[in-house]
Design a protein around this ligand. Structure first.
Ligand code: CA
Length: 418
């Protein structure tokens, strides 16, 4: 995660983790916990929605929102129960990364993306020139976020965010996003009725939350409005601008599949460990296709999304730029492989351990409990395999002379039980 945009990254990550859990069930493969300082509280409203709204109206006006903008945006707005339900949902079962990739990088999406790339070739050329971001990656994110502008969510963003601010688990997030959404309306980028998005306030073809929109959305078609809903030009350029500011390096890859030597120390496969690609090669890590990377001096981390039995990848700073968009390694991997697929690549050599059943949420909590009983320090027993849990798993694996890949499996849980 890059520090210059940490506040935005934090908010986007928080959203991403929530969305991953809800829509894709990525908990086991989402390596990062919610950002530090995120308040996750169970809120029972102590006031009526109208009382809350009137109190919030004073805050919004103090923040520079006009009474006219506020009252027009809130006309007829009531809380949305489906938003609360989605926000509080904690699914028990999750899909493994290979199933997620199978649908994220489907043949239909690849064909669709290739067609869209051709249709938008001129715009993509201008975007590549302006922001230095690879067009295939921009189109891949477009496909992942909104199925190339076809699925932007259908909820009124003001209503969703007002619901989250009023009785969601993260009222501060809801309030901040709501102020930002009102700023967008006041700026005249979009009429309130067209400001639609997901239940969590991710908007338009790029699925930007309002604070991200205010920092990174651009008017690329020159009509004076940053229209990430109706203008694919604006949406694609806004995505490229976000990646550019998040540290995208022009002319470099996101990463590539690698083969690991016999007896490799899997503790090296951690996103917190970065080495020059040339140094990885000296450790015996080789690209599966034998091609030299474009920049062997560039740094990379080793990623094994399904543990030591599955495929391995070296991922660069461009992969980290994609992670700022959605802080899930499965998501970033899907974007990278989808982008490669548009150019005829993207096929993996390594086999996924498809015989493994991912741990359920209760099993992940039990795993954390058992690790604590074995003396490994963990924070909360939340069922989220974040950096701390992964570290504890590695330490335990090393102690019992198993490959220390930090990956939670049924076999590991079974071993801990006995
Ligand atoms: Ca525009």
């Amino acid at each position: 995660m890059r520090t210059p945009v940490s506040s935005v990254v934090g908010q986007r990550c928080l959203l991403a983790v929530t969305l991953s859990v809800i829509s894709f069930g990525l908990l086991t493969s989402c390596t990062e916990p919610p950002p530090k300082g995120a308040t996750v509280t169970q809120v029972q409203p102590t006031q009526s929605f109208e009382q809350w709204r009137d109190g919030f109206r004073a805050q919004a006006l103090a923040a520079g929102i006009s009474a006219q903008t506020f009252d027009a945006a809130f006309e007829g707005i009531e809380p949305d129960d489906s938003v609360v339900t989605a926000d509080r949902s904690q699914p028990e079962f999750t899909r493994p990364v290979w199933q997620y990739l199978e649908s994220a990088v489907s043949a239909a999406r690849v064909r669709n993306g290739q067609a869209r790339s051709l249709e938008n070739a001129d715009v993509l050329q201008r975007i590549e020139t302006t922001y230095g971001v690879d067009r295939a990656t921009v189109v891949a994110i477009w496909g992942m976020e909104s199925n190339f502008g076809q699925q932007m969510g259908s909820k009124n963003v003001i209503r969703s965010l007002a619901t989250l601010a009023y009785e969601g688990r993260r009222p501060d997030f809801g309030r901040d996003q709501l102020i930002a959404a009102l700023q967008i309306l006041q700026h005249g980028d979009v009429p309130a009725r067209n400001m639609i998005g997901s239940w969590a306030g991710a908007m338009g073809q790029t699925q930007f939350i309002p604070t991200t929109y205010n920092r990174y959305a651009v008017d690329f078609d020159g009509d004076g409005r940053r229209d990430i809903w109706g203008s694919s030009e604006d949406a694609l350029a806004s995505t490229a601008n976000y990646l550019h500011v998040s540290g995208w390096q022009p002319g470099r890859t996101w990463g590539f599949e690698v083969r690991l030597p016999e007896g490799f120390d899997y503790a090296q496969a951690d996103m917190s460990i970065r080495k020059p690609i040339a140094q990885w090669r000296r450790l015996g890590v080789q690209p599966v296709n034998g091609n030299l990377p474009t920049d062997p001096a560039g740094e990379a981390s080793l990623l094994i999304p399904a543990g030591y039995r599955g495929p391995a990848f070296l991922v660069t700073d461009n992969f980290r730029a994609i992670l700022t968009y959605n802080n899930s390694t499965s998501y970033a991997l899907a974007v990278g492989l989808l982008a490669d697929s548009f150019k005829g690549g993207g096929q993996l050599i390594g086999q996924w351990p498809v015989d493994e059943r991912p741990l359920s949420r209760s099993e992940r909590i039990e795993l954390q409990q058992k690790l604590m009983e074995h003396g490994y320090a963990l924070g909360t027993l939340d069922g989220i395999i974040g950096a701390n849990t992964r570290q504890a798993i590695r330490a335990y694996q090393a102690a019992i002379h198993w490959p220390a890949d930090g990956y939670p499996t049924q076999a590991l849980l079974e071993r801990l039980r006995n």
